[in-house]
Ligand binder design. Structure first.
Ligand code: F6P
Length: 499
């Protein structure tokens, strides 16, 4: 695989003397033929810096890597998280259970958790509660926060708020506007051992006073009970769901409260539709495969150090931070499954923000900076507001940026010259609904997994985040002045903070 991926360099060198507009001019059919559709999700890869020969090489890699089988293994509940000996069955949470008894058993657990979720929502709806505060961090926060921000309606039965950061300002600011007597809480933590969540959960429990309105979502029922939340208000999680893949589980309880259970189920159905596409579509017609191969091309062929994600829909402005965890916690790895060095570049830095705001902040660097940044542009065809002129302007800007970045513009004045050659993918949703957002997120999940297969790394562990937590635990008593800890620089800094 390493040699095949290295072989991409030869195609990149061959294409380096050609411009992106020249590639498209030489093969205008690619505007349609490098595009795919799955229901309401359309993807166009024509503005990527590859030609048909480079694509052939990429699809040969996909075949050699048996990406079709890899999808079967993931969704069938095989042990794909080898370092922790676990499956990664987020597919089963939305009803996708490729052929295995283990996946079917997981599905049964997921369905029973959804029934309990519905009962708890009905019980809360029968009370005076108007607001919900959800405490969690990382995968226990980013997904629900994204979906609620994107899809909650102003007339929803419950307003849902989120606290994640251990900075006490996060809790102070959220709770300041709320009435404890009309608020219910949810503490979400797969492990129920995360420092930030336990501290913020404690603040929430004390603030609520009456803890009969406090709920939990976790794999660790014992720790939840010790925290003071009884089993009847605890929803389950399982080892076979990764935190950053968990919004489809009871971790999505805040979503179901904000959107209602029917729209939560529609979100799952959208993801299931994309699962079916990723499982069944032949490699060349498979959007997840194209997306993953494009990522590998940009990283290993063109050596792009970063990747932008640019949703042109204000409701998706949290998508870049959600994807930062999904992609970088999954693919930020430097050893293969057998422990040997990868020797290839793995994940680039993912970053981004919503257009058109970002056009007035960092787009200068995208157009004229020295680094070429491949970008995923995401658009929504149908506006869900009455401001038709704004929507037309939004879509015109979206199209304009992809064209301007790709084609550039010459000038005698070097300061006014746009070099072009900046590649992008366009992902277009017919409308922003629970179904289409479910599809979009599932697309990224599967692309990430397929990239991990191509690189031979584990997409489902995250040991890299542990060291910092351990050091912080050692330094906490030192910060209070109870012990001495840290290297000479840390000791000097501790002295600054303590004085
Ligand atoms: O620190 C990283 C991490 O382990 C993520 O993978 C996870 O989503 C997050 O912390 C929160 O973990 P938990 O749900 O166990 O509180």
């Amino acid at each position: 695989m390493r040699q095949l991926l290295d072989g991409l360099g030869a195609h990149a060198r061959r294409l380096s003397s050609t411009t992106l507009p020249a590639l498209i001019a030489a093969d205008p059919a690619r505007a349609h033929e490098f595009a795919l559709r799955s229901g309401p999700l359309y993807a166009n890869f024509a503005r990527q810096r590859y030609d048909r020969a480079a694509l052939d090489a990429l699809f040969a890699i996909a075949e050699r890597a048996e990406l079709g089988d890899a999808m079967q293994q993931l969704l069938g509940g095989d042990t794909v998280n080898h370092t922790e000996g676990r499956a990664a069955l987020h597919g089963a949470l939305r009803g996708t259970t490729a052929r295995s008894a283990f996946a079917l058993a997981a599905r049964a657990q997921a369905v029973s958790a959804q029934l309990r979720m519905r009962e708890l929502i009905d019980a809360l709806a029968a009370t005076r509660v108007t607001d919900i505060v959800s405490v969690g961090i990382g995968g226990s926060d980013l997904g629900p926060r994204l979906i609620v921000d994107a899809l909650a309606q102003p007339d929803a039965r419950f307003r849902v708020h989120f606290i994640s950061n251990v900075d006490g300002n996060a809790a102070r600011r959220v709770l300041a506007g709320l009435d404890p007597a009309r608020t219910a809480g949810i503490v979400i933590s797969k492990t129920f051992g995360t420092q930030e969540t336990l501290l913020n959960g404690g603040i929430l429990r004390d603030w609520l006073g009456d803890d009969t309105r406090l709920h939990a979502v976790s794999t660790n029922a014992q720790r939840v009970a010790e925290f003071g939340i009884p089993p009847e208000r605890t929803l389950p999680m399982w080892d076979w769901v990764g935190g950053r893949y968990s919004l489809w589980s009871a971790v999505g309880f805040p979503i179901a409260l904000a959107l209602g259970m029917e729209r939560f189920e529609a979100l799952l159905a959208g993801a299931a539709a994309l699962d079916a596409h990723a499982l069944e579509a032949p490699l060349r017609q498979n959007i997840a495969v194209w997306h993953a191969l494009t990522a590998v091309w940009n990283r290993n062929g063109l050596h792009a150090a970063t990747q932008a994600v640019l949703p042109y829909d204000d409701r998706l402005k949290l998508l870049p931070s959600y994807l930062q965890q999904l992609v970088m916690e999954s693919l930020g790895k430097r050893v293969r499954l057998d422990g040997s060095e990868v020797e290839l570049e793995t994940v680039p830095v993912w970053w981004g923000g919503a257009g058109t705001d970002t056009q007035h902040s960092f787009f200068q660097a995208l157009h004229q900076g020295t680094q070429i940044v491949p970008a995923d542009f995401i658009g929504v065809r149908q506006a869900d507001h009455p401001h038709a002129a704004n929507h037309a302007a939004l879509l015109a800007n979206l199209l304009a940026q992809t064209e301007a970045l790709a084609n550039g513009q010459d000038s005698d004045d070097p300061h006014r010259r746009y070099p072009g050659g900046r590649p992008s993918t366009l992902l277009l949703l017919d409308a922003l609904t629970p179904e289409t957002l479910g599809m979009l997120i599932a697309l990224y999940e599967h692309s990430v997994y397929l990239q991990s297969v191509l690189w031979g790394i584990n997409a489902f562990d995250q040991f890299g985040v542990e060291l910092g937590k351990q050091v912080a635990n050692r330094l906490l008593p030192a910060l209070r002045g109870e012990t001495e800890a840290g290297d000479p620089v840390t000791r000097a800094l501790l002295a600054e903070l303590r004085d």
